[in-house]
Design a protein around this ligand. Structure first.
Ligand code: WTA
Length: 647
């Protein structure tokens, strides 16, 4: 589809960036003086305790440093500085799945975070630089916990509540966390579920660094408490003072770790630092979502992912906006839940994943008509490419044909949006993330840095350092350099490669085509196929396994495994066994949708599995790759036949 959707004129008039001329002017300004531009932004947007000496320090590339020797505290940016003019404004509006609501004003948020920070500091001895793991459902205390860490300079690592005990324990161990913050449980699809027992199980797996566990009571379930180690938040928090001195943090002190999947091995602890990250969070809120003082912003992600970090917590609060937090699932009690919330809370900007749009379109196409969605101004998507059908439904039915859709491309590692339309300026082509934001150098190139010709696939790279970039992989600087700066160069210098491939169309619009590595994107969640293979390989009947993504109408991609067995078993039973193991070792998000039993896997003579071929088969594509290097090339035809006969 090549139709172009122009910004709504009335919207453009009031937008922060009003047209493409303004966009191009800013890009030219940035080209002239890159550091000057970011200097101006950092001065304008951040409330510094002490100014920085230097905008960008490239002396130890790719370990770039931004705003060196500046001092700040992110919670002052997100809470403290708003108390003068916004103390009674809603900072967070939380809605439980049962419909109950909590409204936390900026002043109340200030007190909550201070008490929480005092509790961590006074009761558990948490100091600057200590790691705190947060394993929480979607309740305001998750945000309080993150901000409490930031207030005292502790480094938080939020682990998505859907991960299993095994996955949680790996993350706790890697970060050597001192404290784990969790909840007794929460509600999902109308039912209570428990989280604390998962923490107990995780801690049995040798997490020696953990001294204390703090448990927020959400649904007041009966849970086991370990004497001396476990504490009830609801009791302790009352004892703490509402005032807490913020730690003076250096620009480059780490703010948080967030574990994400890589193409090989264990998950990587992506490390972000305070100043550059918070600047980016605010900059993108203003420019990409065009949020204004009285707007109500809703990002439907979970705080366990980067989208939740930047666009539920840090971004909206940094700019003093009102952010919505919803506990439950979109289909509870029916597929109209989100649209009802948009009507009742008069949401102005709504940000979600294509997978959710496809699901709500499929199961509840008639629901939106029952609600008044006219408060909406900007719609956003993230996490995966959006297909034209879903895009058009979102645009016409949810946005009433008047709201621009910002298709935002970015990653855990980038901290915030990188390639995205500006809602008042960019003519939009459905399925395209359009152009890099002003101030960022994102380019599609080959490994040597040559621009890719229009219409041809190339590598999506960010060729200049940017303020909110990943600083390192926690505890593994070599892996950081290798993973991100090992593949592509420009002008002889290593540049950041995202792992994604993309195409410029004839007008220079960027279309993301997907990962080039062994990472798959299931419902917008990033999963490493190597991790899943590791788990499946432990099933007693499995001799060999290769996992790939298989196109799925709702989820974008589903997990699909080709398996060679060593003992006889039928497919159905094997799939059941495998999913049990995956749920236990990773979590239900990585469950396998389908398997195919095969007599062998295509391998190179050196024994490497040729996953590209298996990917093509799963996608139903013709095999165009050279298969002459395969040890036994007949296997490709056999697998293809088996795959087709299964369909
Ligand atoms: C994919 C999520 C197409 C991409 C913020 C990227 C997208 C990975 C888009 C990062 C988009 C993200 N269009 N693909 N608009 N946004 N992706 O770290 O493959 O969970 O590398 O961050 O999601 O996933 P992550």
């Amino acid at each position: 589809m090549s139709e172009i959707f122009y910004p709504n004129r009335d919207f453009s008039k009031q937008a922060n960036v009003k047209n493409m001329c303004e966009y191009k002017e800013t890009c030219a300004e940035v080209d002239d003086d890159y550091e000057g531009y970011w200097d101006e932004m950092a001065k304008e947007k951040i409330d510094w305790y002490k100014p920085y000496d230097k905008v960008l320090d490239e002396s130890n590339a790719p370990f770039y440093k931004w705003f060196t020797n500046g001092k700040l505290n992110v919670t002052h940016q997100c809470i403290g500085r708003h108390l003068k003019s916004r103390k009674n404004k809603a900072a967070i509006i939380w809605e439980g799945e049962d419909g109950s609501r909590r409204i936390i004003t900026y002043l109340l948020l200030f007190y909550r975070v201070n008490r929480f920070a005092n509790l961590l500091k006074n009761k558990f001895g948490v100091k600057k630089g200590d790691r705190v793991v947060i394993y929480m459902p979607m309740i305001p205390e998750a945000a309080f916990a993150m901000l409490a860490c930031a207030k005292i300079g502790a480094i938080h690592s939020v682990v998505f509540g859907g991960f299993s005990a095994e996955a949680l324990s790996d993350r706790i161990k890697d970060a050597k966390a001192k404290v784990v913050i969790t909840a007794d449980g929460a509600f999902r699809r109308g039912n209570p579920y428990l989280l604390k027992p998962i923490v107990d199980e995780a801690l049995e797996k040798g997490c020696d660094s953990v001294e204390n566990v703090l448990v927020v009571q959400r649904n007041f379930e009966e849970i086991d408490m370990v004497e001396g180690r476990d504490h009830i938040y609801n009791d302790l928090i009352k004892l703490e003072s509402e005032f807490c001195e913020a730690e003076e943090m250096d620009s480059e002190d780490p703010l948080f770790l967030l574990y994400t999947s890589g193409s090989t091995g264990t998950p990587k602890g992506v490390q972000h630092s305070g100043a550059g990250y918070i600047l980016w969070a605010q900059y993108t809120m203003e420019n990409v979502f065009d949020v204004k003082e009285n707007d109500t912003f809703w990002c439907t992600a979970d705080v366990g992912w980067i989208t939740g970090h930047t666009y539920i917590v840090y971004g909206p609060l940094a700019m003093g906006a009102t952010t919505i937090m919803y506990e439950g699932v979109p289909l509870y009690p029916n597929a109209g839940r989100w649209w009802k919330m948009i009507e009742e809370l008069r949401i102005n900007q709504f940000y979600t994943a294509p997978t959710a749009i496809r699901l709500l379109h499929k199961v509840g196409a008639d629901e939106p008509a029952k609600y008044d969605l006219s408060s909406l101004k900007v719609l956003g998507t993230v996490g995966e490419p959006i297909n034209p059908d879903a895009w058009l439904w979102y645009y016409n039915t949810i946005g009433g044909g008047k709201c621009p859709i910002v298709d935002t491309w970015w990653q855990t590692e980038t901290g915030g949006h990188i390639v995205s339309p500006l809602p008042g300026a960019t003519p939009i082509k459905p399925g395209s993330a359009t152009f890099p934001l002003p101030g960022i150098k994102a380019e599609i190139i080959d490994k040597e840095g040559n621009p890719t010709p229009k219409g041809e696939k190339g590598l999506l790279c960010i060729t200049k350092p940017w303020p909110s970039m990943i600083r390192t992989i926690w505890g593994n600087p070599d892996r950081f350099v290798k993973s991100y700066f090992g593949d592509c160069k420009k002008d002889g210098k290593p540049v950041y490669f995202s792992g994604d491939a993309a195409i410029y169309d004839d007008d220079g619009y960027i279309f993301i085509t997907g990962r080039t590595d062994d990472v798959i994107n299931v419902s917008g969640h990033r999963l490493g196929t190597a991790e899943i293979e590791g788990v499946i390989g432990h099933e007693e009947h499995v001799a060999e396994v290769a996992v790939v993504g298989k196109p799925d109408d709702i989820k974008g991609e589903g997990v699909f495994a080709y398996i060679v067995t060593k003992k006889e078993i039928d497919e159905e039973s094997l799939l059941k066994n495998i999913n049990k193991l995956i749920t236990k070792d990773i979590g239900p998000i990585a469950r396998t949708d389908g398997i195919l039993l095969v007599p062998g896997l295509p391998k190179t003579r050196s024994g490497k599995i040729m996953r590209r071929i298996l990917r093509s088969i799963a996608k139903g594509e013709e095999i165009t790759q050279d298969i002459s290097t395969i040890e036994d090339s007949s296997i490709v035809g056999i697998i293809e036949k088996l795959f087709k006969s299964k369909k």
